[in-house]
Design a protein around this ligand. Sequence first.
Ligand code: PMP
Length: 379
Amino acid sequence: MIYLDNASTTKIFESVNKKIFELNNEFFYNPSALYKPATDTAKILESAREELAKNMCTTAEHIIFTSGATEANNMAIFGFATGKKDAEYIFSTGEHPSVFNVAETLKMQNKIVRYTDISNNGIVDEEKFKNLINQNTHFVSIIHVSNETGAINDIKKLCQIAHQKNPNIIFHADGTQAFGKIYVDVKDLDVDCYTISAHKFHGPKGVGALYVKNPDKIKAIMFGGGQQKGKRSGTENVSGYVGMAMASTIAVKNIQSNYAQILALKDYIKQEITHNCTDFKFNDAKNNSPYILSVSFKGLRGEVLLHQLEEQGVLVGVGSACSSKKQNNRVLENMGVSKDYLLGSVRISFSCQNTPSEIKIATQSLIEQYKILKEKMSK
Ligand code: PMP
């Protein structure tokens, strides 16, 4: 199988998997217990927090471990939500469901929610965003790298725009598709909180983190034994968090070479599609992550192409795996992709584990299957 759905999840690094297995045998203790093996386990947990924090250019006290990006996004939004009636919340129309559906929930709770548009390249329109900010704006959440298209938002600039108009705004960025792939320095971005997820950079599933600039200010959204300074109760997944920290170190260390390698793979597929196909569009921005290629073929069905490719041993996606059962693609639609192209969209997403030879085979399959479908359509 040639796996090209890495935006959905990645294969765990073998060394990380091995480490998790070892820890589950040797340090299975509850890190909150009082005997030595447990306090040793707690030390391992805290050094994982330090390691991860360093890779995000921050320090351990700013990291809250979670069960993944969905929880981290919910934690950021609900944890900073306010009872003030006139408080306004801004989200982009390009958000992942784990932010978008929280925004819709806030609306149902009678909070004032505003959506800021993305342009036809998938990037937040900065002028429109600026115009939405006012003295009542309380919270902003913008995706760093789009899980649908790979479009990269200029989070540093958007955060500056927000804070220049209103310094009290809590600015959150969902960095799930960014961290470990493009350079992320949370201090330099100057965000108030930032979400990451381990399984997107070859760590374990069900493990993530939220960076919080002022951890004293965030309210807990889960209550229980008071772990993680009361900010996130529940016995910590020690081996999982160590696995995430370890995967983050590998990812950050190789970030530049991986970027160059993957850019070459993406450019190759784009070139081949351009030479061999007609009536298609790349849903790309100028500033786009090389890890994601979204392409829409006019008149084709993305799911049909996906299954034909699967028969050839090539796995691609049709968009966010969490919402792929739904027919429409909200983000591409918000970018203004017309219906005849929309349904023919596939998402090809790469990882450092992809090789040029498998990309060559996958590209050949894609073009062959495209031609077969086109031929069927013309009859
Ligand atoms: N945000 C983005 C941008 C994502 O791509 C994903 C995963 N598809 C999530 C959030 C949710 O991540 P998790 O699976 O860790 O909950």
